[in-house]
Design a protein around this ligand. Structure first.
Ligand SMILES: *Cc1c(COP(=O)(O)O)cnc(C)c1O
Length: 407
């Protein structure tokens, strides 16, 4: 454990302008300032409203399938020969990943604000599918922005969104991936802000999104605390989650930030190795900068141009990390490491073979860490892994990389 850990009151963050220490904030064009203030006000009001929270709990239970299980990975634990490995099963949620927690919260907020139209960005399509499903559930018009290159790579997910009634708009600018899709969604929002709610998909972007998205995912860690106390009578020694923007990780960790005996580890995408253009590990090759509304650690060159990123998992393939993670890293409260594409694929196979659970390639990064870490721990210690999503969406890609499916 880091020697210079400082205790921080987690509920004091962010401040009212969205700062987590030097990170976060509101860095948007003038025209978005008023809508973001309105959104912040509406959200803070909803957060205090027992009826809103109760409706959200009902939707999380009935539509999404919460609570998710926390269970001992018995055969993986035996195979690794160290700490007991527990799995938090966010992969069992409706639409296949943790993303639905945040989407249901934001869609209920859109309804409360009287918005009839919802927009969202998506990379691999997981956030788009969750949003399209929730909009179908509540009868809202839904437009999803997606890079044209991502649409090609994830054509099945495009069909899923369309099946749920969403309009998927391809974005042809730049690299034709997630970053460009976010730009286009922000442009739409500026133009249609009266009628439209923008559902952002990770703990990123301008205030209030990092706070709001974190809050909607806190349920993950709250369940873990209750479940592990029931099963083991104590808290875990260590918890690990993968970090793209950081939403599944902050939701998993938040409940434990003040329990300094619980070590928290975030795993970034090491891709083909840490060299420019080959990875998405912001704390390895990045520096302080501003991207899409938010001040945080970013992969950029000396002229401030955003670097190309790479990861086998589209969900971790983004140049910026959520500001709250940067804050807790500075304080030694959350530690970061990375797993390469190859290590993630090994994690993907190991969990499938020893537990019958096929994880998303994103989640496989956290499993790769557990495979290295558990054998270094004692058999009476506990390591909890957040399985953020299931691997169905990754079958084609993993099969191709392993030579088990044709190109
Ligand atoms: C989107 C996604 C991630 C990455 O996003 P975070 O905001 O960092 O959680 C991780 N795992 C899965 C399964 C995803 O779909």
């Amino acid at each position: 454990m880091s020697l210079h850990q400082e205790k921080v009151d987690r509920f004091s963050l962010p401040d009212k302008h969205g700062h987590f220490g030097p990170y976060g904030g509101i860095f948007v064009p003038e025209t978005l300032m008023a809508p973001l203030y309105d959104l912040t006000e509406a959200y803070l009001d909803a957060r205090e409203d027992a009826a809103f929270q109760s409706e959200l709990s009902t939707q999380l239970k009935e539509f999404a399938g919460r609570p998710t299980e926390l269970h001992l990975a018995e055969r993986l634990t035996q195979r690794l020969g160290g700490a007991k490995v527990y799995l938090k099963r966010e992969d069992t949620l409706h639409t296949g990943a943790h993303k639905i927690n945040n989407v249901l919260g934001q869609v209920l907020l859109a309804l409360r604000m009287g918005k009839k139209r919802v927009i969202a960005e998506t990379g691999a399509g997981q956030h788009g599918i969750a949003t399209a499903a929730a909009c179908a559930r509540f009868g809202l018009e839904c437009v999803i922005y997606m890079g044209a290159e991502d649409m090609r790579r994830q054509s099945l997910n495009v069909y899923r969104m369309r099946l749920c009634g969403a309009e998927v708009r391809g974005v042809e600018a730049g690299q034709k991936t997630l970053k460009e899709a976010i730009n286009e969604a922000m442009r739409d929002w500026v133009t249609n802000v009266r009628s439209t709610y923008y559902v952002l998909g990770s703990a990123l972007g301008s205030h209030p999104y990092p706070m709001m998205v974190r809050d909607f995912h806190q349920v993950i860690g709250r369940e873990v605390r209750e479940q592990i106390l029931k099963k083991e009578g104590r808290l875990p020694d260590e918890m690990v989650a993968c970090v793209g923007g950081g939403s599944n990780a902050i939701g998993f960790f938040f409940e434990f930030l003040e329990d300094l005996d619980v070590q928290l580890v975030g795993i970034e995408a090491g891709g083909r190795g840490i060299s420019c253009g080959n990875h998405a590990a912001r704390f390895e090759g990045g520096k302080l900068g501003i991207l899409q509304g938010c001040k945080t650690w970013i992969l950029q060159d000396s002229e401030g141009q955003i670097e190309l990123t790479h990861s086998v998992s589209a969900g971790l393939d983004y140049a910026a990390i959520g500001p709250e993670h940067a804050f807790y890293r500075d304080r030694g409260r959350i530690q970061f490491d990375f797993a390469t594409d190859e290590e993630a694929l090994e994690g993907f196979e190991a969990l499938s073979q020893s537990e019958g659970i096929i994880p998303a390639l994103e989640s496989s990064h956290a499993i790769a860490y557990a495979i290295k870490r558990a054998p270094e721990m004692k058999s009476n210690q506990i390591l909890c892994v957040n399985v953020s999503g299931r691997g169905d969406k990754d079958m084609q890609e993993a099969g191709r990389l392993r030579g088990d499916l044709p190109d």
